[in-house]
Design a binder for this molecule. Structure first.
Ligand SMILES: [Zn+2]
Length: 423
């Protein structure tokens, strides 16, 4: 039985071959998230250069080529075992293939649109089995003298795009009509929530120009596009919003070319999912004051201090769950809640710098899903993290408000260039 080494081998060593390392940028969380769905605790990652030393069967070139003997897309109700049976594989071999693939992929996540491909040898047994899951990621079990399970992440291309829309009724409708991802309407609404009331300020005929980036595999867009820059003209005012790129956690809002607010977020690449102020509570259903802002992020994502300061409280606090509080002096504190874990190398009283990791995203306390709740508290009252600039004032311990005129100039230029060349 050529597959007999499977059980032992997969338990001992699963070699992950990243044939083509993802070279997407840090901000592109969607694609990264999906490649993180595999357990990597017991695997080693080898580079494409090292891959050739594995021998011809595991060569990176072989990996890139397709297997075509038998393949079928997963349909509702399918199981991996059922698909293998349909391909004529005997029960024992089916179990071995299933165990091999399950060592790298949680088969409960199997869903329509995934694809199974088998390459058969002349004796009718599979030489390899490849399960293509979300976003082009492949789980491949190669059976031979030295069988391996490989997780192959596709090489994604990051493409910058731009678009222009004229608003008739709502931003959402305008984006939809212009073929721009409508999720940016939410990004805009959340970031501008306290700067202007988009519903009442919009009349008709406002111009909205946006720039974003998306990850592609061939021509298919993988994951969610990420907004970078927006220009919104409202009457005699022009608003410009610059979102964080891969090297920054900073969102900036400009009004008529002047920096109006600056906001450093506590998680790299995460997007705002809830604004500061009154809102309908997701659990209690009643309208309540939301004392901070929320970020949607994966469980375990690093949570960073937004400004330097001294660690205050660290631990569990009723609805906040596991949390960290940082004292920035001048009666100003920041607060990070619903954490899954605290950074054990820091303790109350210790100084931290802006960007230092203080814990990990979780869902402790009153929370329905992993997210970070972030608050700024001044004189014991919560203030808006998006518009309150006390953290950036020279009297505070942190870094002052930045001069970002260079960054905004680059974004303006790039947007104009893209809109020009796309016509
Ligand atoms: Zn919250």
């Amino acid at each position: 039985m050529r597959l007999r080494y499977w059980t032992a081998l997969t338990a001992i060593a699963c070699v992950v071959l990243v044939a083509t390392m993802i070279h997407v940028r840090k901000g592109s969380t969607a694609a990264r998230d999906n490649t993180d769905t595999h357990s990597r605790s017991d695997v080693s990652v080898i580079s494409p250069d090292q891959a050739s030393s594995l021998g011809p069967e595991q060569d990176a070139q072989t990996v890139a080529s397709d297997v075509s003997n038998w393949s079928r897309s997963v349909e509702p109700g399918d199981s991996l075992d059922g698909l293998l049976a349909e391909a004529g594989i005997d029960a024992v071999t089916r179990a071995e293939i299933t165990n091999a693939i399950a060592s790298e992929y949680d088969l409960r996540r199997l869903q329509p649109g995934h694809k199974l491909a088998l390459k058969m040898a002349s004796d009718g047994l599979p030489e390899n089995a490849t399960l293509e899951v979300d976003d082009g990621v492949q789980i491949r079990a190669v059976f031979g003298a030295s069988p391996v399970v490989q997780v192959i992440a596709p090489a994604l291309e990051t493409v910058r795009r731009a678009g222009e829309a004229t608003i008739d009724s709502s931003i959402y409708a305008a984006l939809d009509k212009a073929g721009i991802p409508t999720r940016f309407a939410t990004d805009l609404q959340l970031v501008l929530a306290e700067t202007l009331d988009l519903r009442s300020s919009l009349e008709s005929g406002e111009r909205l120009r946006l720039m974003w980036r998306e990850n592609r595999l061939n021509t298919r867009v993988i994951g969610e596009p990420v907004i970078d820059f927006a220009e919104l003209r409202l009457g005699d005012k022009e608003y410009e919003i610059l979102w964080p790129d891969d090297t920054s956690r900073r969102t900036m809002i400009y009004e008529n070319g002047q920096l109006k607010s600056v906001f450093d977020q506590p998680i790299m690449g995460a997007r705002l999912s809830s604004a500061f102020g009154p809102r309908k509570h997701p659990i209690h259903g009643v309208v309540r004051m939301h004392n901070g802002v929320d970020f949607a992020a994966k469980e375990g994502s690093p949570v960073l201090a937004t400004q330097s300061g001294r660690i205050g409280f660290m631990g569990r606090k009723s609805g906040y769950g596991l949390m960290v509080e940082i004292d920035h002096g001048n009666d100003l504190r920041t607060l990070y809640a619903h954490l899954s874990a605290l950074n054990e190398t820091i303790s109350p009283g210790q100084r931290v710098l802006a960007g230092d990791e203080i814990g990990s995203v979780g869902s402790t306390g009153t929370s329905t899903a992993p997210h970070l709740h972030y608050e700024i508290v001044f004189e014991d009252r919560p203030v808006s993290p998006l518009t309150d600039t006390r953290l950036y004032e020279p009297s505070s311990e942190g870094t002052p408000m930045p001069d970002a005129s260079g960054q905004i100039a680059v974004a303006r230029h790039e947007l104009a260039r893209l809109l020009g060349t796309q016509r």
